[in-house]
Design a protein around this ligand. Structure first.
Ligand code: ZN
Length: 244
């Protein structure tokens, strides 16, 4: 185990108030493409740019095309929680990790058993009727082809934040609160260049900022520990070592 990895184990051992902030890199290790990476969906050929298709106005005006794209490119029913998701769930069970703030919409933290998860951009696991507000699980997409409809006749929408839509203020406030009061903030799988990531981690007051990312981030110079490695391998090995 390298020096940085050994230091991470010590940081985790000595804290019972860790908050994790995760980006797309956490999901890519489960085989879900990074929206913004070179081979991500933003560079795939489609009739419209993904930013257009995944916008509120496109959903309202071209719901059928939205769902064709959504079903094709945003759903990964075979994706399973990876070592990072499982390690974080284990840290929460042990009372060491207080919250996860994520930009991902795949619901894999919940699937791994994490409880206090702030999903900034919502989740592809949840759906609701835009007319009556009734909630549905992802099963609704298997039960109905094309555009899913509520028994009331309304169109069902994924509970994800589309372009042109505001983030949920309640979730933002809970995230700020968790980050502000954290002893240790571990940031993983994000270059921190994308809103709202950079803004949110500025609320961290502590002196134990840990960055785990395969490439450099704009916050490396503020971190007390920088690990350029796989988030799953790093967290998985660290949690396996805290009892040793
Ligand atoms: Zn309805």
């Amino acid at each position: 185990m390298g020096d940085e990895h050994a230091r991470l184990v010590e940081v985790i051992k000595n804290s019972d108030n860790i908050v994790f902030f995760g980006g797309a890199g956490v999901s890519t290790e489960s085989g879900i493409p990074d929206f913004r990476s070179a081979d991500g969906i933003y560079n795939m050929k489609y009739a419209y740019p993904p930013e257009t298709i995944l916008s509120h106005s496109f959903f309202i005006q071209n719901t059928n095309e939205f769902y064709i794209f959504y079903r094709d490119k945003l759903l990964y029913p075979d994706a399973r929680p990876n070592k990072a998701h499982l390690a974080l769930a284990e840290l929460e069970r042990r009372g060491k990790l207080k919250a996860i703030v994520t930009q991902n919409v795949d619901g894999l933290h919940m699937e791994a058993g994490s409880v206090n998860v702030m999903e900034l951009h919502g989740s592809c696991s949840r759906y609701y009727c835009i007319d009556c507000g009734r909630s549905f699980s992802a099963d609704i997409l298997h039960d109905q082809a094309g555009i899913p409809h509520c028994p009331c006749g309304g169109i069902i929408k994924p509970d994800v934040v589309l372009f042109e839509e505001a983030l949920d203020q309640h979730i933002i406030e809970k995230s700020v609160q968790a980050i502000r009061s954290a002893d240790v903030l571990i940031v993983g799988g994000t270059s921190l260049n994308v809103y709202p990531a950079a803004g949110l981690i500025q609320y961290y007051n502590g002196d134990k900022l840990v960055l785990i990312n395969k490439s450099a981030t704009s916050y490396d110079r503020y971190a007390s520990l920088v690990i350029r490695d796989s988030i799953g391998e790093t967290l998985g090995a660290a949690v396996a070592s805290i009892d040793a």
